[in-house]
Write a protein that binds this ligand. Structure first.
Ligand code: SOE
Length: 386
């Protein structure tokens, strides 16, 4: 079988997860990686058994073997590298958020279109089979008219003032932190399953630690949990630890989203509940194989992920029978399977609609995020530009 060759830029927390997902497909060879300098790149390449390594991402972009580039760097590099990769003729899979501003996002959408290249943003949470199933339930009208959508995305890896990461600093992560980092997943997932659009937002932000203690040596995402409280310097923090956003949707539904990166005990929990005129549903990413379905005039139920019980659209992204849990790494594999099949079967050359999140979706999240930041600053309702 013909294999597609990929290169991964950035090998912190998420880069190795991309590499693992790609390897599980069987028809993709990860031939090279790039990191901040040659020494780090070499170390990571040995650790991950990757043939070629580059201390400068530009050399990876010039590598003629590589057809697809994965951008797994801190946020501030996404736009710059994605643009250069597209101009170098590579298909691009970029981490979220796509860029630092909607104008950058819009430019990437335009360039990808002009170049006719495949582009994807890593909103992998769509690829829990029950999320694909729920999308079909809603499409078939099983929930009725949607009235209310509420939920949260909460984590505790930044709970202590000694927890530190590049995401805390606006020059690396953008003006917003929690909303851009994890709120973007929640918003993308809700718009994906409901096919509704957020049209107006009202936000309240809080930064509980206006000053944090930064370790003198670099550390990776989530690694702070293992450090002791010494050798730190004080750093001023302006990005939000917490946000609650009230939402209005284009069908008249109302909702709210809370994001919190200092929520003790919540490791990485995306939660939502959607209430319609016929049924309600709720789901939590820490128990991803269970969907609660609520009724007023009958028994509530828990639908367990089992291919035989799912819509064909969801069955397509399950790899194991019921009772065999599929989790976070599986969402990555399933998303990449769609993207790489699209490339392999040259669907982009025929203009077929991609069935995965593209730069358009990344741009859309940038627009919502900007409206949320504006609302938090000005204390008023803000329309989402479209
Ligand atoms: C950190 O909050 C993070 O790694 C996010 O950036 C990811 O998108 C999420 O999947 C896990 O947490």
């Amino acid at each position: 079988m013909k294999k597609i060759k990929a290169g991964v830029i950035g090998t912190g927390f998420i880069g190795p997860a991309h590499i693992e997902g790609l390897r599980r497909l069987g028809f993709v060879d990860v031939v090279a990686l790039a990191d901040i300098n040659e020494e780090v790149a070499k170390q990571k390449a040995e650790l991950l058994s990757i043939e070629k390594y580059y201390g400068d991402y530009k050399d990876l972009l010039n590598d003629k073997d590589i057809q697809v580039v994965h951008i797994c760097t801190p946020n501030y590099l996404h736009y710059k590298i994605a643009k250069e990769a597209l101009l170098a003729g590579k298909h691009v899979i970029c981490e979220k958020p796509l860029a630092m501003s909607s104008s950058e996002g819009e430019e990437l959408v335009r360039i990808a279109k002009e170049k006719g290249l495949v582009n994807a943003v890593h909103f992998n949470l769509r690829f829990y089979p029950l999320m694909h199933h729920l999308k079909k339930m809603i499409e078939k009208g099983e929930l009725g008219k949607i009235f209310a959508i509420n939920g949260s995305y909460q984590q505790d890896w930044l709970l202590y003032e000694t927890d530190f990461n590049w995401r805390l600093l606006p020059e690396f992560s953008g003006e917003s932190r929690a909303v851009a980092d994890i709120g973007s997943h929640w918003l993308d997932l809700i718009e994906f399953v409901t096919e509704l659009k957020v049209v107006e937002v009202y936000a309240d932000f809080a930064t509980f630690y206006p000053v944090r203690k930064k370790p003198l040596n670099p550390i990776e995402t989530y690694a702070g949990k293992l450090m002791s409280a010494e050798d730190y310097e004080d750093v001023k923090i302006t990005t939000e630890d917490y946000a609650t956003v009230i939402l209005k949707f284009n069908n008249g539904a109302h909702g709210s989203m809370t994001v919190n990166q200092v929520a003790a005990g919540r490791k990485n929990r995306l939660y939502f509940e959607i209430y319609g005129s016929k049924k309600g549903v709720s789901w939590n990413s820490e128990r991803p194989n269970e969907l609660w379905i609520g009724r007023r005039d009958g028994s509530n139920e828990i639908l367990m992920k089992d291919p035989s019980l799912l819509d064909a659209y969801a069955r397509e992204i399950t790899s194991y029978p019921g009772g065999h849990n599929e989790g976070f790494p599986d969402t990555i594999k399933q998303m990449f399977k769609k993207v790489y099949t699209y490339i392999l079967e040259e669907k982009y050359l025929r203009g077929e609609k991609p069935d995965f999140p593209t730069f358009e979706d990344g741009y859309r999240e940038m627009l919502i995020c900007e409206a949320i930041v504006k609302s938090a600053k000005n204390g008023c309702w803000v329309m989402v530009n479209d």
